[in-house]
Design a binder for this molecule. Structure first.
Ligand SMILES: [Zn+2]
Length: 275
């Protein structure tokens, strides 16, 4: 039997430090869309072209969680993804932290045009952080599923399907909690092998977790990579020193993507949810 995998891509800006070259990331948050676009210098298009080419070669269709603002400056890129039969889901308007109902609803309002344009059904909060009380807002804005928590298998909450980014618990049981993000408690319960950081640094070893998960739960795990983990930008030494976790993100994952395409049946989230 073909092994299924829900490999998703978070389509977002890369950032490798402020203009002064000291490795800080203070400026990113306040940059205008035009400034971000200029800073990006084609990185998004470069990553997406390689991702799409690889998916096409193996006839695979997947889900991209995208920042809505990217469509304003890279409309061609989003259209390409959509026209090739992949699913577009939402990863917020511009990757601002959405820590309460108000910030989430303001953000979702800004994304309405984008949601309708690409018939979006799914949402993933930046930094994969969701609060229970935010789910009624997702429902209000017509979202059908969410992938903003870590956990094991799919569950329902407040009329929304929740597909967690995969964790492999040390004990054989389900983890279906809200909120549940990358914090110390999570590591006490299991290993979040679905996180882009681990997918990109474990590489082929990631298979061990995928297979353990498939065997235990008989359901496909959900993992993700960021768009910028494929066709990597350059990261200056000063930036890495200030953000040591970025070491895990500094490996090129083009071949890894190809490996997943070759060895698994990749599925779009919407197909999984309605299968
Ligand atoms: Zn993100």
């Amino acid at each position: 039997m073909e092994k299924k995998l829900i490999l998703t891509i978070d389509l977002e800006w890369y950032y490798n430090g402020d203009k002064d070259g000291n490795g800080y990331i203070r400026e990113f948050e306040n940059m205008t869309l035009e400034e971000r676009f200029k800073y990006d210098n084609g990185q998004i298009e470069k990553s997406v072209r390689t991702i799409l080419k690889t998916l096409k070669k193996y006839k695979q269709k997947i889900t991209f969680f995208c920042l809505a603002e990217i469509d304003k400056v890279y409309p061609r890129v989003l259209k390409m993804i959509y026209d090739q039969g992949h699913e577009i889901a939402l990863h917020s308007y511009r990757h601002d932290e959405l820590k309460n109902v108000k910030t989430l609803e303001d953000d979702l309002k800004k994304c309405e045009v984008f949601r309708k344009k690409y018939k979006i059904l799914g949402f993933r909060n930046p930094r994969i952080k969701a609060l229970k009380k935010q789910y009624s807002s997702l429902k209000k804005f017509h979202y059908k599923y969410d992938s903003s928590v870590y956990g094991t298998t799919i569950f329902d909450f407040s009329g929304i399907k929740i597909l967690p980014v995969s964790v492999f618990p040390y004990k054989n049981r389900e983890v279906q909690k809200i909120p549940f993000s990358l914090n110390t408690n999570l590591f006490k319960e299991g290993f979040p092998f679905g996180s882009g950081m681990f997918v990109g640094s474990l590489r082929r070893l990631e298979n061990i977790f995928i297979n353990l998960f498939l065997k235990r739960y008989q359901k496909p795990p959900c993992i993700f990579l960021h768009s910028w983990q494929i066709e990597q930008p350059f990261y200056p030494k000063k930036f890495i020193l200030k953000h040591p976790f970025m070491v895990a993100y500094c490996l090129e994952n083009k071949n890894l993507l190809e490996y997943f395409c070759k060895n698994y049946k990749l599925i779009r989230v919407k197909d999984y949810i309605y299968e």
